[in-house]
Design a protein around this ligand. Structure first.
Ligand code: F6R
Length: 240
């Protein structure tokens, strides 16, 4: 695991955007695995800024997002699809048909999960997967105890995740209790992985991950078994 220690969230965002831009420049039709949440907002803002300034092209780039809340349509402001439009997609020349976010509304979720895996496979796999990490160690919405062999599946969100994510909603009652997420194996099949950890709330879990012990109780600990992982963490996250 390659650990990049930075001072602040701003530095973390700069480093992450540089890594993504390097990937895009080296392979203009890269498949990027994307995350939502507070950890990645600064990175997306810098990609948008770069696109405005330098016209970095995204017209051959494909994206696949990690997860979506069950029950939320793409036009729901709390959905992850909306988040992606708001922070990234609408600001760059990415083609809509090249973006993939799991569907939060479906008559047949089993089929949706299967189709999502097929989509990733047909795209030739993920070149670079960007990740945040939950305070409980989740990656995507793979909560503690999730099998390392898991593919895209439906999950019950843990009470801790519902509580932490309620900051993005008006009330905790509005937070969906289920989600669709890429599995741990789906994530591990990515060629490269970059995980961002910022702030003191992430310090205890980051310490667990960096111990090197691999356990399904700490989903992100599986990254110790991946050949090309970079963790970018700020001083607060590395404080423990
Ligand atoms: C989001 C996702 C989650 C978040 C994690 C950290 O698509 O898959 O695993 O990355 O919950 O969230 P933040 O960045 O808000 O602390």
């Amino acid at each position: 695991m390659n650990i990049i220690r930075v001072a602040t969230y701003k530095d973390l965002s700069e480093k992450a955007s540089q890594i993504l831009l390097k990937q895009i420049k080296e392979k203009s039709n890269s498949v990027l695995g994307l995350a939502t949440g507070g950890s990645v907002i600064g990175t997306y803002e810098l990609l948008v800024e770069d696109h405005k300034k330098n016209k970095t092209p995204y017209n051959q780039i494909k994206t696949v997002n990690l997860d979506e809340y069950i029950g939320l349509k793409p036009n729901n402001p709390y959905s992850y699809h909306y988040f992606m439009n708001q922070y990234l997609f609408q600001h760059i020349d990415l083609l809509e048909q090249h973006t993939h976010v799991p569907k939060g509304v479906s008559d047949d979720f089993q089929n949706e999960c299967h189709q999502y895996e097929q989509t990733i496979e047909q795209l030739g796999g993920i070149d670079l997967q960007l990740l945040g990490v939950g305070v409980n160690g989740h990656i995507g919405f793979n909560e503690p105890g999730t099998s390392f062999q898991s593919k895209t599946h439906i999950v019950d969100l843990s009470p801790s995740t519902i509580e932490v994510n309620s900051r993005f909603f008006n009330t905790i009652e509005e937070v969906p209790t289920k989600a669709i997420t890429m599995g741990i194996q789906t994530i591990m099949n990515s060629k490269k992985i970059v995980l961002l950890a910022s702030g003191k709330t992430k310090a205890p879990i980051l310490k667990e991950i960096l111990k090197g012990e691999v356990t399904e109780n700490v989903p992100a600990s599986v990254l110790n078994q991946h050949p090309d992982v970079t963790i970018i963490a700020d001083e607060e996250a590395l404080a423990n």
